[in-house]
Design a protein around this ligand. Structure first.
Ligand code: HT7
Ligand code: ZN
Length: 860
């Protein structure tokens, strides 16, 4: 597919100041009348033709300034409309198009989800509704009139504020008019029409304005929207307190739909969500679901400033809104929950998803310089590594200058389509710092390696620490390394190093040695505290050094990291886990009661994916699985008495109501981690205990944890539990997704046949992205041994799904195909099979651009 290059950016030749839409909703023949107030862009090329984007459109009528255009002056087709010689002054174009929302399986543009009309316009879906300058630097003020049959769509929602509504005389139809005073790019347009129930409240902003806030869901599920509504209110308050950003409309609506390509969408004043990230009750949602709802509600809400008020000049700047908004939602969640526990979760996600992406053929800079299909760049690199860059900026500048820089960024770019340069310029202006070298983080793909080695001079009480970065051949990066020294009994606070400020050393050279004075004993360095930079760290530390950090480091992230490092070492070398088990035991004794969420994370040894990431040699999923199973078994046996005690002690007293708060969730996490390790050491007892937990559970967290434990133990109890679970939740699609996922991740040969059976289950549907992700996605991304089976059948299963989905929903198909992204790291025989599969996909005739792009880049 042809590439679009950042270097080719040119401002639009035309601007659209106002858009007046009239949308006549109909299941198959929705008619859109768009009145576009156009004018030549002074910054564009004078006399240029007007080329409007279109995708799968049927043009019904067109007029220019109230008259039909001269014959031959307009070319229009499903994919675009061109006026060769448009007026050189402001003019009005009225375009009528017709589309079929029911036939829209791509879920881009206007479509129907379980009967509800909804839209998804990012990145380029608006052109599937009407012809438009569908690019983020064309900002317009929208007024939208929506009309529909009242019975089919009693609720009609648009962007901005409601201005008028009523019946259409003599018909069974009604209408609503919405006006959004804030100029916005077309990708933020949205409308909704359908039968929906709601929960609502009022929020008073810091400026004293009242905002009506509502969360709308399938009727009958209103109770399950209460947590999301509360999360909206907390997000509104937090953005005022943390960043001084108030909300700017009279209403804020969040709508949940069941067919959605991603998590949610930040349309101005009308966020549309995958219902998975709205609906929650103790019976149907886990603690992780509640946390994800809180985070995604916050994320989309925060976009109102970082994305909507200040938007992106072009799609190469995607990280400008996504990286920044992920950083903002991470900070919000850290303030709502335990900061240390949350940071560990962020880093695990980064390493699990972004590191492999950055090490494989799909790697790209946080700000890419070329793309064939922009929808393939909503990646972990743009989002999560983009957030890490913002975090590093804050570490480098300090909290105060960071906040001042954010204020300046908003002040200077409000109402504009901005670039990464605009963002950095704001921080340079407030801090007086030159951020040119730092800006390289946006431009250079790959994960730098940071190596550290130390030398202690007992006589001089000095410690010399050498830090080295190895990356590509370019200039060194600016890497903030948060660090400290730890002695046999705890932090060596008296050690001094003038180059370390506020606990951070900024490595700007390829190599540097820093000297600590007043070091009374041989220290162990605690490096990259809080994971202060997205790098791989290699330090010359022994198991004993790691165990010292695990016991004594003041930085909780590095205490957790120390446990991970020991576990990695044991899985790599196959050594005895005695000392590790002892250290974990002490940690449980000390911290099991005080910080159960942290203790649970310490007990969770690295996943198979995390182990694969750490390997320098080629990846053998079976060997990794075996090593991990053995370590879990050993730890389960060695820690058994403590695990038993925890499982007993952490059980809720009968009648305790469920609360999703972090403290209660932490206790459940530790209890379930204990159950899991007991089962790893003694499957027989584990199965009995898991079955009893399943029977007694009063919430989905405990029930699903027990089912997950049982799923790893072959036998009749497992099958009975799975069958009972399916029966109990037969009418709960989101819960059955969990049931699909648990089974898809069973690391056994029989899983393939199981998946084939599940594909025929009445609850499964290839047309629903959540179902596909639950069954096939969980298999591809969460079952490394079966996905990379020796007979190639795992790869084939996923490839067949990609091929089938390509014709109906290319975006979801392309995402699934990225599961093959790490094929070159696999051991040879498996890697060759994956390569063949990718070639087979690439050769499919009339493949979508989405899938063709992933296949081509994966093979390059
Ligand atoms: N900005 C949104 C990203 C997005 C998207 C969402 C739903 C469906 C298709 C989409 N394409 C791009 C969501 C976000 O990151 O906030
Ligand atoms: Zn986002």
């Amino acid at each position: 597919p042809p590439l679009i290059h950042l270097a080719d950016y040119r401002p639009s030749d035309h601007l659209i100041d106002r858009v007046d839409l009239d949308v006549q909703l109909d299941p198959h023949r929705t008619r859109i009348t768009a009145v576009l107030s156009l004018r030549p862009n002074p910054a564009g090329a004078a006399g240029a033709p007007l080329r409007l984007d279109g995708d799968d459109l049927r043009l019904v009528a067109l007029d220019l300034d109230g008259a039909p255009p001269a014959p031959g002056s307009v070319t229009a087709g499903p994919q675009g409309l061109e006026i060769a010689e448009p007026p050189q002054r402001p003019f009005t174009l009225t375009v009528v198009t017709e589309i079929d929302p029911t036939a829209n399986t791509k879920l881009m543009g206007l479509y129907r989800s379980s009967g509800v009309y909804c839209t998804q316009c990012e990145a380029d879906g608006f052109r599937r509704i009407t012809y438009f300058l569908d690019r983020p630097d064309v900002l317009s003020v929208y007024t939208t009139r929506i009309e529909a049959e009242r019975d089919a769509a009693p609720v009609l929602l648009g962007n901005g504020n409601p201005v008028e509504s009523g019946s259409v005389p003599g018909t069974d139809r009604h209408y609503a008019v919405w006006h959004d005073p804030h100029p916005k790019p077309a990708y933020l347009f949205a409308l909704v029409g359908g039968r929906l129930g709601s929960v609502e409240t009022t929020f008073r902003t810091m400026e004293g304005r009242d905002v009506r806030v509502a969360v709308l869901v399938e009727p009958g599920k209103e109770e399950r929207a209460a947590y999301a509504l509360d999360a909206v209110i907390r997000s509104m308050r937090w953005d005022e307190e943390a960043f001084g950003r108030p909300y700017d409309l009279d209403v804020f609506n969040v709508v949940a739909v069941s067919d959605f390509n991603m998590g949610a969408m930040e349309n101005k004043g009308l966020n549309i969500f995958n219902d998975k990230y709205v609906l929650a009750s103790p019976e149907t949602a886990t603690d992780a679901d509640y946390a994800a709802i809180e985070a995604i509600i916050a994320h989309e809400y925060f976009h109102n400033w970082s994305g909507n008020r200040v938007t992106c000049r072009d799609w190469f700047q995607l990280c400008l809104k996504e990286g920044l908004t992920v950083f903002r939602d991470q900070e919000f969640s850290s303030d709502m929950r335990s900061r240390a526990v949350h940071r560990i979760g962020e880093v695990r996600a980064l390493r699990a998803r972004q590191f492999p992406e950055d090490a494989g053929p799909l790697r790209h800079p946080v700000r890419p310089t070329a793309y064939a299909e922009i929808n393939n760049f909503y990646t972990a690199t743009v989002y999560e590594k983009g957030a890490e860059i913002v975090r590093m900026l804050k570490t480098l500048l300090g909290s105060e200058a960071f906040r001042a820089g954010m204020d300046r960024y908003y002040a200077e770019n409000d109402g504009r389509a901005a670039t990464v340069e605009d963002f950095l310029a704001a921080f340079e202006a407030v801090s007086g710092r030159d951020l040119a070298a730092f800006a390289q983080w946006y431009a250079r793909p790959g994960t730098p390696l940071l190596t550290a080695s130390g030398r202690y001079d007992a006589a001089a009480r000095r410690y010399d620490l050498t830090l080295k970065q190895s990356f590509d051949d370019g200039e060194p990066l600016v890497i903030p390394v948060a660090l400290g020294l730890v002695g046999a009994g705890g932090a060596l606070d008296g050690a001094v190093c003038p180059e370390v400020r506020d606990g951070v050393y900024v490595l700007g050279a390829r190599e540097a040695t820093i000297r600590f004075a007043e070091v009374p004993e041989p220290p162990v360095p605690s490096l990259l505290r809080g994971f202060s930079a997205p790098v791989r760290l290699q330090a010359d530390l022994s198991e004993a050094d790691h165990l010292r950090l695990l016991a004594h480091d003041t930085d909780p992230f590095n205490r957790w990291q120390a446990a991970q490092s020991v576990a990695h070492g044991l899985m790599r070398g196959g050594g005895l886990a005695t000392a590790f088990a002892e250290a974990l035991g002490l940690l449980l004794d000390r911290e099991g009661a005080r910080d159960p969420a942290f203790a649970a994370l310490a007990l969770a040894i690295p996943s198979e994916g995390e182990v694969a990431n750490e390997m320098r040699a080629e990846v053998d999923p079976d060997a990794i699985h075996a090593a991990r199973t053995a370590l879990r078994r050993d730890l389960g046996r060695a820690l058994r008495p403590r695990l038993d005690a925890l499982w007993d002690a952490l059980a809720d007293a009968p009648g305790t109501p469920y609360s999703p708060d972090a403290a209660a969730a932490g206790r459940r996490a530790l209890r379930n981690a204990a159950l899991d390790l007991v089962a790893a050491g003694d499957p027989e007892t584990g199965a009995v205990r898991a079955a009893s937990q399943l029977a007694a559970a009063t919430n989905m967290t405990d029930r699903l944890a027990a089912l997950g434990t049982l799923a790893l133990i072959p036998g009749e109890p497992r099958e009975a539990a799975l069958a009972a679970f399916a029966e109990r939740y037969a009418s709960e699609p989101l819960v059955l997704d969990k049931w699909f996922a648990v089974q898809a991740m069973i690391p056994e040969d029989g899983t393939l046949a199981r998946i084939e059976r599940l594909k025929a289950h009445p609850a499964f549907a290839m047309t629903n992205p959540n179902r596909v992700r639950a069954l096939i996605g969980s298999f591809a991304f969460g079952n490394p041994t079966q996905f990379a089976r020796a007979d190639g059948a795992g790869f084939t299963l996923v490839a067949d799904t990609v091929a089938a989905l390509d014709t109906t929903n290319p975006q979801v198909a392309a995402k699934l195909l990225t599961a093959f992204g790490s094929w070159r790291r696999l051991k040879k025989s498996r890697g060759c099979q994956a390569e063949e599969i990718l070639k087979r996909i690439k050769a499919i005739p009339s493949l979508s651009r989405d899938v063709a792009d992933i296949a081509a880049r994966s093979l390059a």
